[in-house]
Design a protein around this ligand. Structure first.
Ligand code: ATP
Length: 333
């Protein structure tokens, strides 16, 4: 069992409270993604799990055991960083083998492990190469293999794909999902990129200012965001928000949850506006529609409107959200 529990955990640096009071259970064997804006405390959480920083107060349990006094190397966790942390002078084989040599694993066992793990991550043909002769994605796989060789029950990953170009990132996302399926270990993955979070997570933990905003499966956060922050952080472009003018209540709808037409439609909510910008992305077009004080982003599968054209924006009842003055979503049952 390698579930991770934070029980009333706080973390402060130089009297600055970064994590005010965290209660969180990360389930065993799941792919959990910690996501949130820069500086919200994601890396701080990972470092506390790894034992690289000690929490100010509270308890962290791995597999049910309080690890507060357990050294990083004894926690059964491995961490993969953004900048790989691989040795440039060593071959791929030597890099992967390094931790095993340190742990005095016998030569035959080392060879067997290096070969089976390099097979899993697709590095078998590159074992005798130096990291400098590999692509960014291949280097990231070396970093993963180095972590895997220790057979950790928990993988901690801190923005491991952020140094890769967009195409490679998409490929590595798929590889990480497959790797998680093969290994069945607990993955805790930190990113500020909500697309990464949506595409990989079994569960997303959405944070802001050291506090959990919502903790749920990606589709649940997308369909039932618990508050205005969650509604606007998950989804691209973000949810459109408008003021209802009364008691601080706001309404929202997703760019893909509205329709444009030249005639008024029979929808719950319909307003007139003018197309201000048009962005053709291939399979879809994103229009910005100005309507009174509002500027709504609308995603359409058809590209049939032009800038300055007058249109109606229509949203059906089931695609409308409402948020109270406290910014929580109003549950309409
Ligand atoms: P990013 O996405 O930019 O990496 P993050 O969500 O991972 O951000 P953290 O690195 O956890 O954020 O940092 C959270 C806050 O804690 C920041 O304000 C940071 O300056 C502060 N912080 C982190 N580590 C320390 C430290 N060792 N000493 C002082 N302040 C720190």
């Amino acid at each position: 069992m390698a579930s991770i529990e934070f029980v009333q955990v706080t973390q402060s640096f130089d009297k600055n409270v970064i994590i005010p009071n965290l209660n969180l259970t990360i389930e065993d064997g799941k792919f959990t993604v910690l996501v949130g804006p820069s500086g919200c405390g994601k890396t701080t959480l990972l470092r506390m799990i790894a034992g690289l920083d000690k929490q100010t107060s509270g308890e962290i349990r791995i597999g049910g055991t309080d690890v507060t006094r357990v050294a990083p190397g004894q926690r059964g966790v491995a961490m993969v960083f953004q900048n790989y942390a691989i040795y440039p002078t060593m071959s791929v084989r030597e890099n992967i083998e390094f931790g095993l040599k340190n742990n005095k694993v016998a030569k035959e066992e080392r060879t067997r492990l290096v070969e089976s793990i390099s097979e899993t991550v697709g590095l078998r043909p590159f074992l005798d190469r130096k990291p400098s002769t590999l692509s960014g994605g291949q280097r990231q796989r070396v970093a993963l293999a180095r972590a895997m060789v220790k057979k950790p029950a928990v993988f901690l990953m801190d923005e491991p794909l952020s140094n890769l170009d967009a195409k490679l990132r998409v490929q590595m996302r798929i590889e990480l999902i497959e790797l998680h399926r093969k290994l069945g270990s607990t993955f805790v993955y930190v990113t500020h990129d909500q697309v990464e979070a949506m595409s990989m997570a079994d569960k997303i933990v959405l944070m802001n200012h050291g506090q959990i905003q919502q903790e749920a499966a990606p589709e649940v956060i997308y369909r039932q965001p618990s508050n205005l922050f969650a509604a606007q952080f998950i989804g691209v472009p973000p949810m459109n928000i408008g003021d209802l003018g009364a008691d601080g209540v706001r309404f929202g709808f997703r760019p893909e949850g509205a329709e444009l037409s030249t005639d008024a439609a029979d929808a719950h909510y319909s307003v007139r506006g003018t197309i201000a910008t048009r962005e053709m992305l291939g399979s879809e077009t994103i229009y910005q529609v100005r309507s009174g004080p509002h500027a709504f982003m609308i995603k359409c599968t058809e590209d049939r409107f032009s800038v300055d054209q007058d249109v109606y924006v229509s949203v059906s009842d089931s695609n409308l959200y409402f948020f109270g003055a406290d910014e929580g979503r109003i549950d309409r049952g």
